[in-house]
Structures are given as structure tokens and as C-alpha cells.
Design a protein around this ligand. Structure first.
Ligand code: LLP
Length: 422
């Protein structure tokens, strides 16, 4: 459920007509709903009510806007970060470092050091060498780094190949069968407190079965590690719960997910950690755009909108579906292709789709764009970096400016050559 709906024939975000935002900020622009973010934060937490001691770390990569992070901080969420940049955002939003988990397969020594000195809550180690280096950095500073070992359970998550992470050929985690040996070598290192294991098998998961299979494998590993004498206190179960992108899509609810978690982990006796991203932010945002032209096409007309693949990359990258709605629907329909202005055929949001009829100058939205939307934007074709607006009830605020092409151009220069020795 979200808070984007028609009121008197006009699409609103909560109490604000989207046409008012388009007028004030221009298009394209991302619009997020505070009420939806809060609702998802609450529903996800409530779904896990039967799962015992839990820690929730919002996966910042899904939507790292500072204002969104502040909403999540106020909802009592920690953060899952994957870079020094994301860590800085979490801290700037007021999330305590001790509630931050650091994931990622390529954390640099500089990033590990910064996180360590900030008092980070947990490092999810991706390989043995990372653990050795982290232990050394911590010991040299008289610190102890809390860590888990991320394991790769070799489970097919049944999602798009580009967002699958738990198959043995993927770059993530250590092979689960090698985990006990690696655990044994890292557990004794001064500077490192290896407290458990972590997994994350993929994103936009529409079926709980692969997740449950992965959790069962982790359960066996936990029992095995305990048998070897390692005290296992934490298991990080990652993120991945999918959201409906198309009307009629049926996805497992947070309550169903929570029931599965409770079932799969009931004897573990650990603190369970979660890294939800999309399920929190996905349906809390739309990309608001304006129709530039309706261009006759050989088969169907092309609705050319002012948003493009640089603003919302998911259709071009993952063939993703985002529902398209007119902001002032007339009730008429049309079969059309929807594309942006970028000079690539891949800059196409939909082909041959049955949509609200629109004409030049009309406003429209791509729904379910709150996660992996603005954060994946680029300036390709020397387009502006798309701005973001947060709505709360009947008020709205610009929470990220449109970065104009001239600002980006100003950071570039025609070379004034230097030669060594100058
Ligand atoms: N934890 C880890 C270690 C992750 O790698 C991810 C996502 C998450 C948590 C959050 O997963 P979520 O709950 O959002 O599924 N750009 C792609 C999605 C990439 C997901 C990467 N990792 C997309 O637009 O579909």
C-alpha cells in the first residue's frame, strides 16, 4: 500500500497534488511519501515480531537521500552501507555508527579505517584477507572490530541474473563449505570479534522458498560452528524481499516473510539482523515526468517523456516494469511505447503497453520508483541530475536539487598542460 492516489481526478502524493510539485520544481522529479516510508518501516518490523531479538538495518543503497534516511532513523532503523559515502550519509542522518552494518565485496583499507574509527557496529566480511587486514587495522588502534563472515549458500534466488548474489559463481561471500575453516583462522585474531555469519542471496525476490532454503543452510552452518566451539551470537539475513511493480503482482508480505523467518530460525538463539531496502522505499516513490511529444510510430505511437534512462535506469538495465499513469487521467486509453529523449533505443520504458491516454504537455508518473531510482541516475547525454521531493501530509520539500548541466560542465576544463618539472 502507498499514498499515491487520485483525488478529484488528480494524482496526489498524500495531500499534495503532483501538478503543484511539477509547477514548483519542474520535471522530471522524484517524489517520495513520508507516510509510505513510515508505514513500510512499521509493517516490516511488525512482520518480524515473532522472530525474537532483531536488528533492522535499512539498506541505504535503495534510496540514500538524506531526508529519507532521517525518516528511517526516526523509525528506529540502523543502516546497511556499502561504501564510505553511504556511511557518511548514515551518520549525517543521525544513525548511530553502532547501528551501522558495512557490507560490500570491495571495501578499501581507507573505508575500513574510517568505519573502524567511527565505531561501526558490524563489518560483514566477504573474504578471509579482508578479515586479516581489518583485524590488523583494529589491533593497531587498540580497537576490536565486530564482524560476521558472509557466506555464499549456492542458492538460486530466482530473480533477475544481474541482482542474484547467492549462487556459487557470484562474487559475494565465501563458499559455505569453506566457511568453518575460514572462521577458524579469523576467530582467533586480535582486533577481531567474529560474532556470526551473514547472507544475502539477491533482490526483488518473489518467492520465499529460495530464501528459506538459504536460511536452512545457514542454520546448519551455525550448528556446525557451535560444535567447533565458536560462540555464534548474530546472523545477518540480508535483504531481498520483492515488491509489486505491476498491478496484480502478488508478492510475499512482510508478515509471511516474518513467519518463514521465525520457522527457519527458531532454534538458533541468536540476534537476527535484516537489511531491507526495496520493500521499504520501492512503493514510497514515483518519478514525475512530462510528455514532450506523442510521436506517430510504425506500429504504436511513441510517448516521448522528459524522463529518461539516465533518471530511471531499471527498465534499460533489468527490463524492469514500472507502471505508467497520467496525473490527470481522462478515462481514455491508448496502446503506446514510452521512451525518453536519450539517443539510445534502450531508453525505452515500455513497448506496446495499454496506458492512460496522454498528449503533449501532460504530466505522468512511473510508479514504484522509490528504490534504485534517483540513486542510480547519471547525467548521460549531458542531462541534469534529477531532483527529489519529499511529501509529508499536505506539505512538500525539495530534498535534492536538480544539478544542472552547467554545474557539471563547470567541474571540467580544457587542459592547461603541465610537464614533470614545471
Ligand atoms: N543487503 C545487501 C548485502 C545487498 O547487496 C542488498 C542489495 C540489500 C541488502 C538490499 O536488498 P533489497 O532489500 O533492496 O532487495 N539495482 C537493483 C537492485 C540491486 C540490489 C543490490 N543489493 C534494482 O534496481 O533492482
Amino acid at each position: 500500500m502507498d499514498h499515491f492516489s487520485l483525488v478529484d481526478g488528480a494524482m496526489h502524493c498524500e495531500g499534495v497534488p503532483l501538478s503543484v510539485i511539477a509547477e514548483a520544481v519542474g520535471t522530471p522529479v522524484y517524489v517520495y511519501s513520508t507516510a509510505t516510508l513510515k508505514r513500510h518501516a512499521r509493517v516490516f518490523r511488525e512482520g518480524l515480531a515473532g522472530a525474537g531479538d532483531i536488528h533492522l538495518a535499512y539498506a541505504i543503497k535503495a534510496n540514500p537521500n538524506l531526508a529519507v534516511l532521517r525518516v528511517m532513523a526516526d523509525a528506529g532503523y540502523g543502516a546497511d552501507v556499502v561504501s564510505g559515502g553511504e556511511l557518511a550519509r548514515a551518520l549525517a542522518a543521525g544513525i548511530p555508527a553502532s547501528d551501522v552494518v558495512f557490507s560490500g565485496v570491495g571495501k578499501t583499507v581507507a573505508e575500513l579505517t574510517t568505519a573502524l574509527e567511527a565505531g561501526l557496529g558490524q563489518f560483514n566480511l566477504e573474504l578471509e584477507e579482508e578479515g586479516v587486514v581489518l583485524a590488523g587495522l583494529a589491533a593497531a588502534r587498540g580497537l576490536v572490530a565486530n564482524a560476521t563472515l558472509r557466506v555464499n549458500p549456492d542458492v538460486d534466488a530466482g530473480t533477475h541474473a544481474k541482482i542474484s548474489t547467492g549462487k556459487r559463481e557470484n562474487k559475494f561471500g565465501v563458499p559455505i563449505d569453506q566457511a568453518p575453516a575460514i572462521f577458524g583462522r579469523l576467530a582467533g585474531l586480535p582486533g577481531l570479534a567474529l560474532r556470526g555469519v551473514a547472507i544475502h542471496i539477491g533482490s526483488q525476490l518473489s518467492d520465499l522458498a529460495p530464501l528459506e532454503a538459504a536460511y536452512r543452510r545457514v542454520g546448519e552452518l551455525v550448528a556446525h560452528l557451535r560444535g567447533l566451539g565458536f560462540p555464534i551470537e548474530r546472523v545477518d539475513l540480508g535483504g531481498g524481499l520483492g515488491v509489486p511493480y505491476r498491478e496484480g503482482d502478488v508478492l510475499p508480505s512482510p508478515a509471511e516473510y516474518g513467519a518463514m523467518v521465525a520457522r527457519a530460525t527458531k532454534d538458533w538463539g541468536v540476534r537476527l539482523m535484516f537489511e531491507p531496502g526495496r520493500v521499504i522505499a520501492g512503493n514510497a516513490g514515483v518519478l514525475l515526468t512530462k510528455v514532450i511529444w506523442v510521436k506517430p510510430g510504425a506500429i504504436n505511437p511513441y510517448v516521448i517523456v522528459d524522463a529518461a534512462m539516465n533518471d530511471l535506469a531499471r527498465p534499460a538495465m533489468y527490463d524492469a516494469w514500472h507502471d505508467f499513469r497520467a496525473v490527470h487521467p481522462t478515462g481514455d486509453r491508448m496502446i503506446a511505447n514510452i521512451a525518453g529523449p536519450v539517443c539510445e533505443s534502450g531508453d525505452t520504458f515500455a513497448m506496446g503497453r495499454d496506458i492512460d491516454a496522454v498528449k503533449s504537455g501532460d504530466l505522468a508518473i512511473f510508479r514504484t520508483a522509490g528504490a534504485y531510482g534517483a540513486t542510480m541516475a547519471s547525467t548521460y547525454n549531458s542531462r541534469a541530475l534529477v531532483p527529489e521531493v519529499l511529501v509529508d501530509g499536505d506539505r512538500f520539500a525539495v530534498v535534492a536539487d536538480r544539478i544542472l548541466p552547467e554545474t557539471i560542465l563547470a567541474a571540467e576544463r580544457i587542459p592547461e598542460w603541465l610537464t614533470p618539472g614545471d
